[in-house]
Design a protein around this ligand. Sequence first.
Ligand SMILES: [Zn+2]
Length: 208
Amino acid sequence: MSYDPRQELVEICHLMAARNFTTAAGGNISVRMPDGTCWVTPSQLHKARVTCDDLVRVNAQLEVLDGVRRPSSEMLVHQAVYRALPQATAVIHAHPPIASGFAMAHVPLRTTSSSEGAVVLGAEVPCIPYVQPGTAALADLVCDAVDARHPAYLLANHGVLTWGTDLWASYDALDTLELFAHSLVIATILGGPRPLPDAELQALEALA
Ligand SMILES: [Zn+2]
């Protein structure tokens, strides 16, 4: 039987709600299937309440092939990531409070002070400039901005975007981003993060 991602997608919706990684009805998750169609979370439904029956499968034109709900309005951004990165099979957009604070301040996160951050997130979490959510203009900007070295991005004045080669990798990037952002705030209060030596960062990069 071919892979059915719906149960895992629901599990991650509930985790995102439980861990305060997004506003109630905000944020969205998608999985790209081998035939190019995508399973995606529906528009305007609390992530804690999503069930398999609420998920929607869409084609490249965003026509609904399975499901009765409306797909997320931010599916254009997910498609932009898939267009830019053939290896991406899952995308998450969320509003985790601490990383979103960095997005509001337009401050990219340098991971030089965290071995875990450097391995999971790469050298930095770039900040993609603000464009109105849900628009083709934002999708075009995201398509140009994402690359294979960075699994996580800040969306200025909005939230965050992560991708992975599977659903759990994209969730891992989201989880690591939010916890790292929290640690960075604490380190800043305590006198500022102390960077690892360049040679150690290069060794960590090789592990990624
Ligand atoms: Zn959003």
